[in-house]
Write a protein that binds this ligand. Sequence first.
Ligand code: PEP
Length: 255
Amino acid sequence: MSNGRRPLVAGNWKMHGNLQRAAELATAVSRGALPETVDVVVCPPLCHLGAVAGAISATRLQLGAQDVAPWVEDGAYTGEVSSPMLKDAGCGYAIVGHSERRGLLAENDATVAQKFMAAQAGGITPILCVGETLAEREAGKSLDVVGAQLQAVIDAAGISAFTNAVLAYEPVWAIGTGRTAAAGDAQEVHQHLRCLAGESDATIAGSLRILYGGSVKPGNAAELFAQADIDGGLIGGAALQADDFLAIVQAAANT
Ligand code: PEP
C-alpha cells in the first residue's frame, strides 16, 4: 500500500449461516481491535442486514451488501433490492460483479456496469470485482481479461465515477480454493489496472483503492498488502471467523 490510500478490508459472508450466527459474528468482529486507519466492512446476506446493522451500530464497522439491483427507481423487479433500499438498511458499500455472479448467474460486463452506476446513484460505494479464470491465466490472458472488465465500466460510467468506487482484483481460480496469487503476480495485475484507469485520469487512478481477493488468510495477508498497488482485501472464507478476519485487518493496518 502506498500514496496515502486508506486501506479497506471487506468480508464477504456469501450465503453462509443463519440470523443468530450473523449477529454473533458481527458482534465479535465489532468488539475486536479495529484500527482507526483501516476501513472495515462486513457484507452479510441481504436478509441478515438488519440484524447486523443493529449489532454493529455505534462501532467503527461498516455495512455492505453482496449485490445490488441494476435499477434505482422503485418498480416491478421481483426479488431485487435497490441501492436506496440498501442505504436505508445501513449499507455504505455493495459488491458488484463478483465472479460467482458472473459465472453462476451469467452477469455480463453490461449488467455489472449498470449495477455499478445504480449503486452510486443511490449513495452506495460499489466494490467492483474483476478477475480471470484459470484457463485465461494459463493462456496468458490475465491482464487482457481484467482490463476489459474494468474498461467496460469506465466506458459506461465514466472515469469520474471511480472517485467514489473501490476495485477488487479477484482471480477466479483463487476464490475459495486455498490457492492465492503470488504477491508479485497480484501486484502486476493491480499495477496494470491502475495504469489502465490512469489512461483516463491519472489523479483518480492514483487514489483508487484496489483490493486483492482470493484465499487471503492471516498467514499471507501481510505479504499481499505490502505490495505497492494492493490497498486491502476482499475476504471470503476467512471473514467467517472473527479472529482470522481481525488478524487480516491488523495486517492491513501494519503495512
Ligand atoms: C470472495 O468471496 O470474494 C473471496 C475472495 O473468497 P475467499 O477469500 O474464500 O477466496
